[in-house]
Design a protein around this ligand. Structure first.
Ligand SMILES: C[S@@+](CC[C@H](N)C(=O)[O-])C[C@H]1O[C@@H](n2cnc3c(N)ncnc32)[C@H](O)[C@@H]1O
Ligand SMILES: [Zn+2]
Ligand SMILES: [Zn+2]
Ligand SMILES: [Zn+2]
Length: 374
């Protein structure tokens, strides 16, 4: 679990062992007592009876381990070990809270859940429609071969349950094909937290190295008396918390309560962040979603209009997020009888989708039909 790195096999090689499938063979002499190789666990679970005496993360044995604050049933050396184990422990933490001492699945069940969760997290795909509404989840073995970059050269789209991969940049012979696993709106640190959490790696793409877009993404108000570095840092922390709070609140709060969270946070953040700041955009996007849900088209349009320009700046030139925002805007304009603006927006969506989805995708035919019907 510590590392995804496949053990470098030094002086050893994998080979096809007659009648035995793949085997390992020595390429040199190893002396008695010499280490052949070591291999970090792909995933591991600490047995229930050792809880509290060994760290759930690294299995280290030590006194005075600290408890998981939520379930109080997982124990760690320190926050480092706890952080590292969280992607796995979070699969169990809420069940441990709910069932307390009665929570007692077998180790095999727990290990299997971890293996499956890792496989599905790392290799699973969510299928979305043209407005990025969730349609379902699927496994595409070949698509899962592609590694991630925050400046990807391909985009994956879906025709029903068929995944299609199209180039969004010239790809030269010998170049690796990269897709993006995550929403590219956010600054480098947030993207890498996400990648670490779900995919267990840190990205070293050009964007992550140069962090070129981070400054625009975190744009601060231009005032005579600019906010201090500490104020900015606190506001980023607040923004990340409110994003998480809203994500949870979506499951149980009413639309008007949700809108209130958005408006309050936008007010508060607006004292420090520009409207183009990605945390502002995140909350506006959520507010737009709530407006669409309660069929407040004017409200949705107002948020969409604020979002689209900075979105186009923060995302790469061909982005499904930008295309779907133009599409939503276009459909809202059309519904509100602003045909000129509607046509313009729908055409912007089509221009991106012709590259990402291919010119003959049914979604594009549908949009073209909407253009004619109006
Ligand atoms: C969908 S798989 C991609 C194929 C994978 N390399 C393999 O061998 O099967 C996702 C995993 O690939 C690795 N990976 C993908 N992109 C990466 C990147 N930019 N840097 C480091 N590791 C990456 C991570 O281990 C991640 O969990
Ligand atoms: Zn530990
Ligand atoms: Zn816990
Ligand atoms: Zn990156």
């Amino acid at each position: 679990m510590r590392s995804e790195a496949v053990a470098e096999l030094c002086g050893l090689e994998r080979f096809a062992s007659a009648g035995k499938g793949r085997g390992l063979r020595a390429l040199r002499r190893f002396a008695v007592g010499e280490l052949l190789f070591s291999c970090p666990a792909y995933t591991a679970v600490l047995t229930a009876s050792e809880r509290g005496s060994h760290c759930d993360g690294c299995f280290g044995r030590k006194e005075g381990l600290s408890k998981c604050g939520r379930c109080k049933q997982a124990f760690y050396c320190d926050v480092e070990c706890q952080k590292e184990d969280w992607p796995m422990h979070k699969l169990e933490c809420s069940a441990m809270c709910a069932f307390g001492q009665n929570w007692n699945p077998s180790e095999t069940v727990r290990l299997t859940a971890r293996i499956l969760a890792k496989q599905v997290n790392c290799n699973g795909f969510t299928i979305e429609d043209e407005e990025l509404s969730h349609l379902g989840s699927a496994i595409f073995p070949d698509v899962a071969l592609m590694n991630h970059s925050c400046c990807p050269n391909v985009i994956v789209t879906y025709k029903g349950t068929l995944a299609e991969v199209r180039a969004v940049k010239e790809i030269e012979p010998g170049e690796e094909v990269f897709t993006s696993y995550i929403d590219l709106l956010y600054p480098t640190e947030d993207r890498n937290n996400r990648l670490r959490d779900s995919y267990f790696f840190d990205c070293d793409c050009e964007e992550c190295v140069t962090k070129e877009k981070d400054k625009d993404k975190l744009e601060i108000c231009k005032l005579n008396d600019p906010p201090s570095a500490e104020t900015v840092r606190d506001m980023i922390k607040y923004a990340r918390n409110v994003i998480e709070e809203f994500r949870r609140a979506k499951h149980y709060k009413s639309p008007s309560e949700l809108l209130e969270i958005c408006e309050l946070s936008l007010d508060k953040m607006g004292a420090v962040f520009e409207n183009s700041n990605v945390y502002m955009l995140h909350m506006m996007y959520q507010a737009m979603g709530v407006c669409l849900y309660v069929q407040d088209w004017e409200g949705a349009l107002r948020y969409g209009q604020k979002i689209i320009r900075p979105y186009s700046k923060h995302y790469p030139p061909y982005s499904l997020n930008v295309a779907s925002m133009w599409l939503k805007l276009g459909r809202l304009y059309m519904a509100l009888e602003n045909r000129a603006a509607g046509v313009k927006a729908l055409k912007k969506a089509i221009a991106i989708m012709e590259v990402a989805h291919g010119k003959d995708h049914p979604y594009i035919s549908e949009i073209k039909k909407e253009l004619e019907d109006h």
